[in-house]
Ligand binder design. Structure first.
Ligand code: SF4
Ligand code: SF4
Length: 695
């Protein structure tokens, strides 16, 4: 939590005030050093042993094919450097810098004709304190975790440059053609002390990687020598307080100085302060829910041609047609075969469900999940059939649900349906698949069956376990569980397992009433897919049922952007997480009459508008393997008049009885007229409750 907003801080500056660090023309001391190491060795049960298979996979994509022509982007090397750094910060690096590659940075062997480098640091995460849950699994994994994340960023950043027509290669420890330490010093990210790289803000708590390229960018300078005066400039009161929106010195580590005893398994958001309830705040009639085949999912229906030829074509590229998002696809695709696998025959006895739950949460948080909850993976949560028509038998008892924040800063600079929108989703999907994949591999290594369930391949629906694991309530957006702390701005990944786990209860933070008072998402949806009207019953769920056909068509056909997340962007719960936002959250939870007032105030202060300070990306579209200028860009402001559309809104839904049968190969157009009639005749939640009372 911070006091000062970073709304006026451009994304390329990053979370640390690197601009305060005095620079020098030349390197004063040693020109290279070794990367900081983990002070602890990994134990036999450490997660570090599950990481190498992912590192090996990622290493395969550090280099690759270059697009045949160059993207129409600015020549200005400063603009280019800002874009590269911001793109790296979007992937959560702690610090990023650029430099020209000095001749002595190349190691013996191949020396490609690269001139410049992007260099970045990945910060060591928090670890459990001695005796805290997860310690045996996590301790000694800093290097493995840091290098894996660094490899992820190196793959995406080098792929991004190649997709724009520039030669580029990622370098991580173990597969580098360059001396990473040399580039870290050259770009001013560290000095060398006793042979080891030391960063002014991170000390010896980081790993580093680089991308080398022929893409000319403005270079940063090395750090000036460490003197008392220089230290005062970089570490004075402004740094300590976080003035200007940089990360404040007093909270150097999340949960660190600010709250040193907070156990890692509780996460950084105070979920323990949110009220738990035995049942969700919306009806969920598990015994009435008809399990659906994967074929009934509307994105699958688009792919199969149910929605017409254009959605069928666009479905394959709609979220990845920007060169930056496209750079994430190889990892997302190639991690799928690793989601499941053989369970080791040697089984580590882990019978304490409560201790296991805390340890698995600690592991998820240290790998980078933002919020975690656990529930039983009830049979009604699973798809009924695979794409090819084979039935799915629920195979694991528990679901560990993890939320990956899509990030406030980039959302702030976007319309929600412009050319970065697809990358926002893909980044969260990629990260989630990486985290849950490593966790599943770790559990299998300990002899407990586990599988990660990702956006690329999931046998379980993601929304029901997110609701039952107490991570949020169903919102007006419809098929979205909204979190009190990251709002709707997240993607989920689920880890299913047979490891005994204590489960969480659903939560109640007053969202049903808040969404009754607010209809901003309905108003701002570009295709009016979100209901202005009341909740209905749909296949056993009480919900504001969105028109999924309209939404899917808009997202896949969007010609002035890539995909859509405008409902997330404009929701009042999409906040920066400042102290003031926590105060409004407290009011919304505890003082019901303020909810309407808060929803109106959100419009009054312009929340949900585009903040140009935060727009860092190039508007580009990949067409036939080349990045070109798109035909248009969605740049929407708030549309306060759009509520007029409420009167004429028609919505359709498609219950299981009219869904495509499992494995259907031929296109099956939805019967929209019947869908509209079905919506109009839907049972109300009050009727459902009365019916239940008569049972
Ligand atoms: Fe509407 Fe876009 Fe949200 Fe779909 S994703 S409901 S089209 S705002
Ligand atoms: Fe609820 Fe308003 Fe957010 Fe929509 S925009 S989900 S109505 S709080």
């Amino acid at each position: 939590m911070r006091f000062f907003s970073h709304r006026r801080r451009p994304v390329h500056l990053g979370p640390f005030p690197l601009e305060r660090l005095p620079r020098a023309g030349d390197i004063a001391g040693a020109k290279t050093g070794t990367l900081p190491a983990d002070p602890n060795p990994a134990g036999e049960d450490g997660v570090a042993h599950a990481v190498p298979e992912y590192q090996q996979l990622f290493a395969r994509f550090l280099d690759g094919k270059v697009a045949p022509s160059k993207a129409p982007i600015p020549d200005d090397p400063v603009v280019r450097a800002h874009n590269l750094k911001a793109a790296a910060y979007f992937l959560d690096v702690a610090q990023a810098a650029t430099c020209e590659i000095p001749a002595d940075a190349w190691l013996a062997g191949d020396r490609p004709a690269h001139t410049h480098a992007l260099v970045f640091l990945v910060e060591f995460g928090r670890e459990p304190l001695a005796g805290d849950p997860g310690e045996a699994w996590i301790r000694g994994s800093q290097v493995a975790r840091g290098d894996l994340r660094a490899a992820e960023v190196a793959v995406v950043m080098s792929g991004y440059l190649r997709n724009m027509g520039y030669v580029a290669r990622g370098h991580v420890t173990g597969t580098a053609l360059v001396d990473i330490g040399r580039l870290v010093v050259q770009s001013g990210l560290a000095r060398v002390e006793n042979g080891v790289l030391v960063n002014p803000y991170l000390g010896r708590r980081f790993r580093a990687a680089a991308v080398t390229t022929d893409y000319a960018v403005a270079a940063d300078s090395p750090l000036a020598p460490k003197t008392l005066g220089n230290r005062w400039r970089s570490h004075g009161p402004a740094w300590w307080l976080g003035a200007g929106g940089a990360r404040p010195g007093w909270a150097r580590l999340e949960g660190g100085l600010a709250n040193p005893r907070r156990p890692l398994h509780l996460g950084s958001a105070p979920m323990e302060k949110i009220r738990r309830v035995p049942e969700p705040t919306t009806l969920v009639l598990g015994d009435e829910i008809v399990r659906q085949p994967k074929r009934a999912n509307f994105f699958t229906r688009a792919l199969m041609g149910d929605l017409g030829d254009k959605p069928k074509r666009e479905r394959l590229r709609f979220a990845t047609k920007n060169p930056y998002a496209f750079a994430m696809t190889p990892l997302i695709r190639e991690m799928v075969p690793m989601q499941g696998g053989e369970t080791a025959s040697r089984r580590r006895e882990l019978a304490d469900a409560s201790a296991n739950a805390d340890a698995i949460k600690a592991l998820g948080y240290c790998l980078g999940a933002d919020l975690i909850g656990i529930c039983e993976a009830s049979p009604w949560m699973w798809y009924s059939h695979y794409d090819d028509g084979r039935p799915i038998e629920p195979y694991h008892k528990y679901a560990v649900v993890m939320l990956i924040d899509q990030g406030f800063e980039t959302m702030e600079g976007a319309s929600g349906d412009d050319w970065i929108s697809g990358a926002q989703s893909m980044r969260a999907y990629l990260r989630g698949a990486e985290i849950a994949g490593v966790m599943a591999a770790h559990l299998r290594r300990l002899g407990h069956p586990a599988r990660s369930q990702t956006n690329a391949d999931s046998d379980i629906l993601q929304i029901p376990p997110t609701l039952m694991a107490g991570l949020g309530e169903l919102s007006r957006i419809g098929e979205l569980v909204l979190s009190p702390f990251v709002g709707p701005r997240f993607k989920t990944v689920v880890l299913t397992t047979s490891l005994p786990l204590a489960v969480d209860l659903p939560i109640d933070f007053g969202l049903q009433d808040f969404c009754e008072q607010c209809n901003k998402c309905a108003r701002e949806c570009p295709c009016a897919a979100i209901p202005f009207g009341p909740k209905v019953m749909f296949n056993g769920y009480e919900m504001w049922k969105p028109d999924v056909e309209k939404c899917t068509k808009y997202r896949v056909n969007n010609a002035k952007g890539s995909a859509c997340g405008r409902c997330m962007k404009t929701c009042p719960y999409n906040t920066e997480g400042l102290l003031t936002h926590r105060l409004f959250l407290w009011l919304a939870i505890h003082v019901p009459w303020t909810r309407r007032w808060i929803a109106r105030l959100d419009d009054k202060v312009g929340n949900g508008s585009i903040n140009p300070v935060k727009k860092w990306w190039f508007d580009l579209e990949m067409v036939d393997g080349v990045s070109v200028l798109p035909k248009g860009v969605n740049a929407r402001g708030l549309d306060l008049e759009a509520a007029k559309r409420a009167k004429g809104q028609t919505l359709a839904f498609f219950p299981p009885s009219v869904s495509p049968p499992p494995g259907a190969k031929e296109p099956l157009e939805p019967d929209r007229a019947a869908g509209i009639r079905a919506y109009a005749q839907a049972e109300t939640p009050a009727q459902a409750r009365a019916r239940l009372a008569r049972r």
